[in-house]
Ligand binder design. Structure first.
Ligand code: SAH
Length: 463
């Protein structure tokens, strides 16, 4: 992994004999946190996509300014963990990083990454895996384009470009979405609708976003378009709905800006309620086109159940849910607590959270809109009593305002959920220097085949 001591060894690289552009034979000595193989070359660490620890390979090394890049030419000694990627777009797409590794090897890569990071804090439990690590994404974005021979394609943008990789089936996504996308491609062609061209900023259909409720089976289709005038809209939607009666709601989102942000501000409901619902840990959540909702509902239930288990609530606690989103953790914790306070910066998410509390008839939660750090400082100034804190910050972690206020409020327990264990470890270092010890560390595989890993940590106040 990242700080692996093996790194310092220079023995396992054969120096190139000819020109630098000639392939050189290398041995992969470790993996980095994104699953790339690491080699040592001219006293530098170089990471190589799709190379696996222990493998020997011929690689081509090139230099661009200060950067040294390397690509596999051929693999000389294969790792036993190497498998044929199930997805035919894997090496082009970039959405997944680990399909060349068996699922078992992916899990141990993620587990080792968390173990290395968490070494100073304690023992890491075995990662919670996914039984069937496919078809899990409930939110699917697809960009549209027309090819030179006027075929309509949809898929993902190639990294750093406006070029679309046409995708018919993405094996980590809900298959129902791929089937709807296929119909939409056919309809776009027969209705002569023009896909949007990013480079020229012309055309109509930019993206299609599909959200699916795994438990409710409700499906939302969002057409992201450049203006309000959808050609033959009624007919188009009629045919789409006839072919896919499973669609619950259709939305037109107008985005006329030259931007990489998918959704614009202006939204029109074309069919249905404009929202779908889904169930998580026995609670119903309303999901709009824009609201944040965890993308792997099967693993999210496992993660939240673990967080609730770590908190071990008795029923009389005051709980704070920081970075509360649409109120998922708040509502789930409310069953077992006296009261819950949620704080979240995004206004729409707070509105969703308030509505979700109402839908579920939960009366002991209050949601506040604002910066979690500022909010926590105000609570600390008022010496508000808090027993348990759940915190689930974005990838860059929490900040000192928040953490120092938590430390001065002294809740008995902190359950810290993170989608970025690196920033989590940084924050744990702070909290363990301010009166807490780490009691449990639980990684969860929320995003199989990608290099991302989620981690739930229980901290308890020192006696
Ligand atoms: N706990 C929720 C959401 C987690 S995602 C869930 O599991 O669904 C992280 C959330 O933190 C996002 O909703 C984001 O809007 C919010 N956020 C980001 N920065 C914040 C800040 N400074 N203060 C409060 N909330 C913030």
């Amino acid at each position: 992994m990242k700080n692996n001591k093996q790194y310092k060894s220079k023995k396992n690289v054969k120096r190139p004999t000819g020109q630098k552009s000639e392939p050189v034979e290398v041995k992969c000595i470790a993996s980095d946190e994104s699953g790339r193989g690491l080699i040592e070359y001219e006293n530098k660490r170089i990471s190589i996509p799709y190379l696996i620890e222990g493998e020997k390979a011929l690689v081509r090394i090139s230099k661009q300014g200060k950067h040294t890049n390397a690509k596999i030419v051929s693999i000389k000694e294969k790792s036993k963990n190497r498998v044929e990627p199930k997805c035919k777009y894997f090496y082009e797409c970039g959405g997944c990083q680990l399909q060349h590794l068996s699922y078992e090897a992916q899990l141990s890569l993620k587990e080792n990454y968390v173990r290395n990071l968490m070494k100073p804090f304690g023992k890491v439990q075995n990662i919670i895996s996914m039984e069937n690590p496919y078809d899990y994404r409930n939110k699917i974005h697809s960009a549209f384009a027309s090819t030179r021979d006027r075929e309509i394609v949809s898929g993902f943008y190639k990294e750093f470009s406006h070029e679309i990789i046409p995708i018919e089936r993405c094996i980590i996504q809900d298959e129902r979405a791929d089937k709807i996308l296929k119909t939409i491609r056919e309809l776009v062609k027969s209705f002569k609708i023009k896909p949007y061209k990013e480079d020229y900023q012309e055309g109509f259909l930019r993206h299609v976003l599909i959200k699916t409720g795994f438990k409710s089976n409700q499906i939302m289709v969002v057409f992201v378009v450049s203006n309000k005038i959808f050609p033959s809209k009624n007919n188009f939607m009629k045919v789409l709905r006839e072919k896919h009666p499973e669609i619950s709601t259709i939305i037109m989102n107008i985005n006329n800006k030259s931007t990489s942000v998918v959704l614009g501000n202006n939204e029109m409901v074309v069919y249905g309620k404009g929202v779908i619902e889904d169930t998580l840990c026995g609670f119903t959540f309303q999901i709009s086109a824009k609201s944040f909702y965890q993308i792997n509902p099967i693993q999210t239930e496992k993660l939240y159940n673990k967080a609730i288990e770590f908190a071990n609530l008795k029923g009389n606690e005051t709980v704070l849910d920081a970075y509360s989103g649409i109120g998922t953790i708040s509502l789930i914790a409310s069953k077992k607590a006296s009261e819950v306070i949620g704080v979240e910066i995004n206004r729409d998410a707070v509105q969703n959270a308030i509505k979700n509390a109402r839908i579920n008839k939960v009366n002991n939660v209050k949601f506040y809109q604002g910066d979690a750090g500022e909010f926590m400082m105000a609570l600390a100034n008022d010496k508000t009593h808090i027993d348990t804190v759940f915190m689930d910050p974005p990838r860059n972690g929490s900040d000192e305002k928040f953490l120092s206020s938590v430390a001065s409020l002294k809740p008995k327990k902190i359950v810290y959920i993170s989608c970025n264990p690196t920033t989590q470890a940084r924050d744990l270092k702070y909290l363990t220097s301010r009166g807490y010890r780490v009691d449990k560390i639980q990684p969860v595989d929320m995003f199989p085949h990608t290099s991302h890993v989620e981690c739930c940590v229980l901290l308890v106040k020192n006696k």
